[in-house]
Design a binder for this molecule. Structure first.
Ligand SMILES: [Mg+2]
Length: 425
């Protein structure tokens, strides 16, 4: 764990730079990219497959595509996005495993929580990648390389997984740097060295330059990053349109100089359920039982779609057709029915008491949703994350039973009792 005084310094520095909006020219960005993330997690959980070619996506030869594969599998020519049937022909003796997204999401949550200890500004970029604002942090570790090594060691020691880290003056340079020495790599590219290091690379090493762009550029005689960086902007725009200028800037290493943290990324999506009672309800225990059942239904959907939520909204319609709505933020993002019910029941107690106008409809929704790893938010508290892990196992078992035997096979005691009283949507 980092020294709390150091942490305070980092936050003060981040706050100072946040006020200015953009980072200064001396900005330093760290990009962390886990190595063969899903496959590495499976190898960690099952040491007997370590070192063998591991392909994640489904059974060998089945329909569908390879989600990811480890480095031994890549030697056979297998890669992400390839059909499983082709992978099966290229690597017939590989270990083929189904994608277990819940487990990978959980490790991703722990990774992002860990990264928050190394920078006050962390932007999750995908399930296994994040950008950290390293400005002001690196010098506290004695330099950029030492800082990068500290981040890598923390990941290794905490998650028992390897990551490749790149550090540079912009996001684009940091991301390209993390790809230079994979796996378990570390590369620091200083501002004055960007052209020397990245210039000789083929243009397809620039993130987002796919096969069709590569062909277009090759047709213009551009094959390396340096050739693209030197190309006249006007001419490029005339040939490939408005994206041409952005492409040249990326080749010059000028791509993104701001890290967007969780608090700057509002998300309006929500998921919920409501229930209209066949006869108006006057009893508190029935309302609370139904509320628990609705929380259970909403979070089941969230888990199915890999969402965590941050804000709970309770809706209540009384027998005179007046509708009330209250909301409250959760302390931690969650997909746990009981956590959401705890907040919802407080909202219900605030809004309605037994003996008041009977209730016709009750509804619950969870908003500020995000999928861990998509860059919209992260779990910040590692210790809380440990608790989540235990509950995740319980919900996984519950969801699996329901998938097999139907929704009514198991439920929370109060929620099961309340099911007979109306129509839920
Ligand atoms: Mg990765």
């Amino acid at each position: 764990m980092i020294n709390p005084i150091v942490s305070q310094k980092m936050r003060a520095e981040a706050g100072r730079r946040k006020k200015t909006g953009k980072l200064k020219e001396s900005s330093l960005i760290l990009h962390v990219d886990m190595d063969a993330f899903f496959a590495a997690i499976e190898e960690k959980d099952n040491p007997s497959i370590k070192g063998k070619p591991v392909i994640i996506g489904g059974p060998k030869g089945s329909r569908g595509v390879v989600t990811t594969c480890n480095y031994p599998a890549r030697k056979y020519g297998v890669h992400s996005g390839m059909s499983l049937s082709l992978a099966g022909r290229l690597c017939p003796d590989g270990i083929y495993l189904k994608t277990f997204s819940g487990k990978y999401t959980w490790v991703s949550l722990r990774l992002m929580a860990l990264m928050r200890r190394y920078s006050p500004q962390v932007e999750p970029y995908s399930i296994d990648e994040a950008f950290l604002d390293a400005t002001g942090c690196a010098q506290l570790w004695g330099g950029a390389e030492e800082y990068g090594r500290a981040v890598k060691n923390a990941i290794k020691n905490t998650l028992n997984l390897t990551a490749s880290v790149g550090i540079g003056p912009s996001r684009i340079v940091a991301k390209m740097a993390s790809d230079l020495n994979k796996p378990d790599g570390l590369a620091v590219i200083e501002a004055h060295d960007v052209r020397n290091v990245l210039g000789p690379l083929p243009v397809e090493k620039i993130p987002g330059v796919g096969e069709s762009t590569r062909k277009t550029l090759a047709g213009m005689g551009i094959r390396t990053v340096a050739q693209l960086a030197d190309y006249p902007v006007k001419l490029m725009k005339a040939k490939i349109g408005v994206n041409g200028e952005a492409l040249i800037k990326m080749a010059q290493g000028k791509g993104g100089d701001k890290i967007t943290g969780l608090e700057e990324r509002p998300d309006d999506k929500s998921m919920g359920h409501e229930h209209t009672f066949m006869t108006n309800v006057e009893r508190c225990d029935i309302l609370h039982g139904k509320l628990l059942h609705l929380c259970d239904k909403a979070t089941r959907r969230m888990r199915r779609e890999n969402y965590l939520g941050k804000v709970v909204t309770l809706k209540l319609r009384t027998s005179n057709f007046k509708t009330y709505s209250h909301q409250r933020a959760l302390v931690h993002q969650t997909d746990d029915a009981q956590e959401i019910y705890k907040v919802a029941s407080v909202l219900l107690s605030d809004l309605w008491k037994e003996g008041e106008m009977p209730v016709r409809l009750i509804g619950i929704s969870v908003s500020r949703l995000f999928r861990p790893g998509e860059g919209n938010g992260v779990q910040e508290d590692l210790f809380y994350a440990e608790t989540v892990c235990k509950r995740l196992k319980m919900y996984k078992a519950l969801d699996s039973l329901r998938d097999t035997y139907g929704e009514d096979i198991l439920g929370f005691a109060g929620g099961v009792r309340s099911r007979r009283h109306g129509i839920s949507v």
